[in-house]
Design a protein around this ligand. Structure first.
Ligand SMILES: C[S@@+](CC[C@H](N)C(=O)[O-])C[C@H]1O[C@@H](n2cnc3c(N)ncnc32)[C@H](O)[C@@H]1O
Length: 151
C-alpha cells in the first residue's frame, strides 16, 4: 500500500518543478551573479528535485553540476530529463541528509563562490487553515508572521 509520503512524491515527481520560480528566474540569477557563461564552473544544486533549475544551468553554462536530493525518485526523473536534453555528461547526482548538507555546505564553497538559495514564499495574506497548521507544525519560521486571515 502506498503511504501519504509516497503519494506526495508521486505527485511532485511529475511536476516540472517542486519549488517556486521559472526558467526566467534561473536565467536572472545567472545574470545577477555575473557568471561567465563560457568559463568552466562547478555547481552543487542541493535539494535539486527533478532538476528545474539545474538543467537550465547545465544548458546555459559550461558547468559540471552535482545534483543533491534525498529522494531517489526525483534524481531518477532528473537523470532521464538530462539524457533527453543531452546534458547528462554534465551532471552527477548524490543523496545527503538536510541537516548534514546545511552544516557542511560552507567548506565546499570556494573563495568568491556563491550560494544561491530559494525557499517557499507566500504570495497571499489568506491561507487555508489546514495549510497553516501543517506549516506551523513542520516549519514554524515559515509561518512567522502568521497570515492575516484564517479562511
Ligand atoms: C522545494 S523543493 C525544490 C526543488 C527544486 N530545487 C526546484 O526548485 O524545483 C526542495 C527539494 O529539497 C529536497 N530535500 C528536502 N530535504 C532534503 C534533504 N534532507 N536532503 C536532500 N534533499 C532534500 C526535496 O526532496 C525537494 O526536492
Amino acid at each position: 500500500m502506498i503511504t501519504d509520503y509516497g503519494l506526495l512524491i508521486d505527485l511532485h515527481k511529475q511536476g516540472h518543478r517542486q519549488g517556486p520560480g521559472r526558467e526566467a528566474e534561473t536565467e536572472k540569477a545567472i545574470n545577477l551573479a555575473t557568471i561567465d557563461r563560457t568559463a568552466p564552473v562547478k555547481i552543487a544544486d542541493i535539494g535539486c528535485g527533478t532538476g528545474a533549475s539545474a538543467l537550465v544551468l547545465a544548458k546555459c553554462l559550461n558547468a559540471k553540476i552535482m545534483m543533491v536530493d534525498f529522494l531517489q525518485d526525483f534524481l531518477s526523473v532528473l537523470k532521464e530529463k538530462a539524457e533527453n536534453m543531452e546534458v547528462a555528461d554534465r551532471i552527477s547526482t548524490y543523496n545527503i541528509g538536510f541537516e548534514k548538507g546545511v552544516a557542511d555546505w560552507r567548506r565546499y564553497l570556494k573563495t568568491g563562490g556563491l550560494l544561491v538559495v530559494s525557499e517557499i514564499t507566500w504570495m497571499t495574506d489568506s491561507l487555508p487553515w489546514e495549510l497553516q497548521d501543517h506549516w506551523i507544525a513542520n516549519i514554524p519560521k515559515l509561518m512567522s508572521p502568521l497570515p492575516k486571515d484564517r479562511c
